[in-house]
Design a protein around this ligand. Structure first.
Ligand code: BTN
Length: 248
């Protein structure tokens, strides 16, 4: 098992994220390892979580040492829309994974990272006053048998997709560097500044989808970060937040 202990990771860090860096072999959830005063860029990592959480009350599980499980403290300026942070993080993780794997990574609005129609990573943004704790789980070295079965979106790991086991440290460092670069672009220029990396990776575009009781075909992501649905009944519907199902 590759290690994410501070001594191993520190030499790999190229930017400001990951300072400070909290590491636990086991934690309930990395989301709870960052306190209310965590500075922008602070990172918490665990090798295994006993109560890892996903969006909408779901659990997030991975065998010890198999995945990247980490949380990042962000303090966005008040003029930026916080819900966009999941998309910003999605672009960053997709950039880093594509560079590492040489494979196309898509973003299933609002927070799933997909390769070959399977989910390899998820993002959970929790706001606490001025602080946003961005939790990211990347399935790295799980075997097929170790992935959760019967999930809403079928799961994959980088290993099941590429056949290659890889050390997690360099991948974590690359994702943190991409997060810093992408966040800075968003902070300075809003969603427009990262939109090229989002629109081109839209997994739901052209697929049949259902949300908020509306059914139609994914019509893209707009400049406010909303998912557009071209409705069967005619017209267009913009989904602000929440859950989208693949339909039929
Ligand atoms: C989702 O797809 O529903 C979001 C999954 C987010 C999982 C990560 S793992 C690290 C961090 N700690 C948690 O408890 N959850 C996030």
């Amino acid at each position: 098992m590759s290690t994410l202990a501070p001594d191993s990771l520190a030499p790999l860090l190229t930017g400001a994220y990951g300072r400070p860096y909290a590491y636990a072999r086991e934690a309930a959830s990395t989301q709870d390892m960052l306190g209310p005063d965590a500075p922008h860029g602070a990172v918490a990592v665990a090798d295994v979580q006993s109560a890892g959480r996903g969006r909408r009350g779901r659990v997030w599980q991975a065998p010890p040492g198999s995945a990247l499980l980490f949380s990042l403290a962000l303090r966005p300026p008040c003029e930026r829309r916080r819900p966009e942070l999941s998309l910003v993080a999605g672009v960053a993780v997709a950039d880093a994974l594509e560079a590492a794997l040489g494979l196309a990574v898509q973003i299933k609005w609002p927070n799933d990272l997909m390769i070959d129609r399977r989910k390899v990573a998820g993002i959970l943004a929790e706001a606490r006053g001025d602080l946003v704790v961005l939790g990211i789980g990347v399935n790295v070295n799980q075997t097929r048998a170790e992935l959760p079965a019967g999930t809403r979106v079928p799961a994959a790991s980088l290993r099941t997709v590429t056949g290659v086991e890889r050390p997690r440290g360099p991948l974590l460092a690359a994702i943190l560097a991409a997060l810093e670069r992408t966040y800075d672009a968003w902070r300075d220029g809003g969603l427009d500044a990262v939109f090229a990396g989002l629109g081109s990776r839209d997994f739901l575009r052209g697929r049949r989808v259902a949300a908020d009781g509306q059914t139609g075909v994914g019509g893209g992501i707009d400049r406010e970060g909303r998912l557009l649905i071209d409705l069967d009944a005619g017209g267009r519907y913009a989904v602000e937040a929440g859950e989208v199902e693949l339909a039929g």
